[in-house]
Design a protein around this ligand. Structure first.
Ligand SMILES: Nc1ncnc2c1ncn2[C@@H]1O[C@H](COP(=O)(O)OP(=O)(O)OP(=O)(O)O)[C@@H](O)[C@H]1O
Ligand SMILES: [Mg+2]
Length: 268
């Protein structure tokens, strides 16, 4: 069963902007997928279709085999959590605690279970100190952490994040990455939209590149080494691909690169 299946999806905004044009896409369970593409290529519009914020005008979308339709939205939103690019669209309670508790309360869990879940994610994300703060007073990075905590408290099978690292300081970004990787190692399917090709190169098992409302190409992260393709998508090639170009070596992380360089130095 595919985690996400999209067939023939098109979407035009009321002002006539054709944002998605005949999208076909599969995401397999437990995979780490990155969606890349220049500004305005349709990434955010696409993921709004994954949990029914937008319903297909044309084509179909299903999550774990269940069609994204009005009557299925409750179950769809239980399965798939969506982190918006702007956390202000996600936070609306008077305290961070209540924001994080909102989803689990909607699941009609007992209040003790709600509390246990909220306290667990506050601890895991390292934001216990924000528990009683009103979200609208928080910094951008703090808001993002509260928003993601709210999603994690729902324990979704699939987590989709729209530019989760933008606006986070490097340390917070690293912590968020660790949280995300922990989820993945426990089986959560992950889809991340990012402009960071270096992160995509190091992390993704599946890469989807969008251009002008279409999927330009889909494959593994070796696609990102293709200079012509990246130029066509208005993207840069990853730094490590540039540095090791022509060597026949393909390290994807600084650690792998360092190991290869040290082996080379020893041989010389
Ligand atoms: N509410 C809207 N009304 C009209 N057009 C819109 C609306 N929202 C987005 N668009 C247009 O739809 C297209 C796709 O936008 P979208 O936000 O999906 O792109 P994106 O790939 O997420 O870009 P970014 O990297 O800048 O976040 C763009 O041409 C954009 O101008
Ligand atoms: Mg966007």
């Amino acid at each position: 069963m595919k985690a996400v299946e999209i067939r023939g999806l098109s979407y035009t905004y009321p002002d006539g902007t054709a944002a998605l044009k005949d999208i076909n896409m599969d995401i397999l369970p437990h995979k780490r997928t990155v969606i890349l593409g220049a500004n305005g290529s349709g990434k955010t519009t696409l993921i709004y279709h994954l949990n029914g914020i937008f319903l297909p005008q044309e084509g179909r979308v299903s999550i774990g085999g269940l069609p994204v339709e009005k009557k299925n939205l409750e179950e769809i939103r239980r399965r798939l959590g969506l982190l918006f690019d702007n956390p202000d669209n996600q936070l609306f309670s008077t305290t961070a605690y209540n924001d994080i508790a909102f989803g689990p309360r909607n699941l009609k869990l007992k209040e003790e279970e709600v509390e246990a879940r909220v306290l667990r994610v506050l601890k895991n994300i390292g934001i216990k100190d924000l528990k009683d703060r009103p979200p609208y007073n928080l910094s951008l990075g703090q808001k993002k952490k509260v928003a993601i905590a709210g999603l994690l408290a729902m324990e979704p099978e699939i987590l989709v994040c729209d530019e989760p690292f933008s606006g986070l300081d490097p340390r917070s970004g690293g912590q968020l990455m660790e949280i995300i990787n922990n989820l993945n190692s426990r089986g959560t399917t992950l889809v991340i939209i990012t402009h960071d090709v270096n992160m995509a190169y190091a992390w993704a098992e599946q890469v989807i590149i969008m251009k002008e409302g279409k999927i330009l190409v889909e494959g593994d992260s070796s696609l990102l080494r293709d200079e012509d393709l990246m130029k066509e998508a208005s993207l840069e090639t990853p730094l490590l691909a540039d540095v090791f170009q022509g060597t026949g070596l393909y390290p994807r992380t600084a650690r792998e690169a360092s190991r290869l360089i040290q082996m080379g130095i020893k041989e010389a």
